[in-house]
Design a protein around this ligand. Structure first.
Ligand code: ZN
Length: 148
């Protein structure tokens, strides 16, 4: 009889090493053997991963038999599709949090604030200048025809 997957003990060692927070590796355990292992994260987001670079259904349907190796799991963890699934799981980051937490965010925030201040100041002066011009133009040209 062919070996049915890997022992549950071995599977747990793999899981502890690669997925200590139990976020993605899932398995079907039969008689203390992990007979099928899949990625619950990729399975959850499969519709949005299809067509993604190097995406394969293997970890959605589950790997079994000779494909059931620690290396296969490690390789999947580093795959572009899996990382995309992780990103989808954490959801879109709100702009505010990107600006606050990323290295580029902080200088960007300062730049945006400075630009805002410059805009307000420039806008203030340009409208002020406009007022001065309109007042001056009335003073120099006098009332227009038709206006007594
Ligand atoms: Zn995955």
């Amino acid at each position: 009889m062919a070996k049915a997957g890997v022992s549950e003990k071995t599977f747990n060692v793999w899981k502890c090493a690669l997925d200590p927070n139990s976020t993605w590796i899932d398995a079907e355990i039969v008689e203390n053997n992990a007979v099928r292992v899949w990625c619950s994260l990729c399975a959850k987001h499969v519709e949005r991963l299809r067509g993604f670079r190097n995406f394969s259904d293997a970890f959605v349907n589950g790997i079994r038999g000779s494909a059931l190796k620690r290396d296969s799991l490690a390789k999947h963890m580093g795959s572009a599709a899996h990382m995309r699934a992780e990103a989808l799981e954490s959801g879109p980051q709100p702009l505010q949090s990107i600006l606050k937490t990323t290295p580029i965010g902080k200088p960007l925030t300062i730049t945006i604030r400075l630009m805002y201040v410059c805009f307000i100041v420039a806008n203030h002066f340009s409208s002020y200048r406009l007022h001065v011009y309109s007042i001056l133009s009335i003073l120099y040209t006098g009332p227009r025809e038709g206006i007594e």
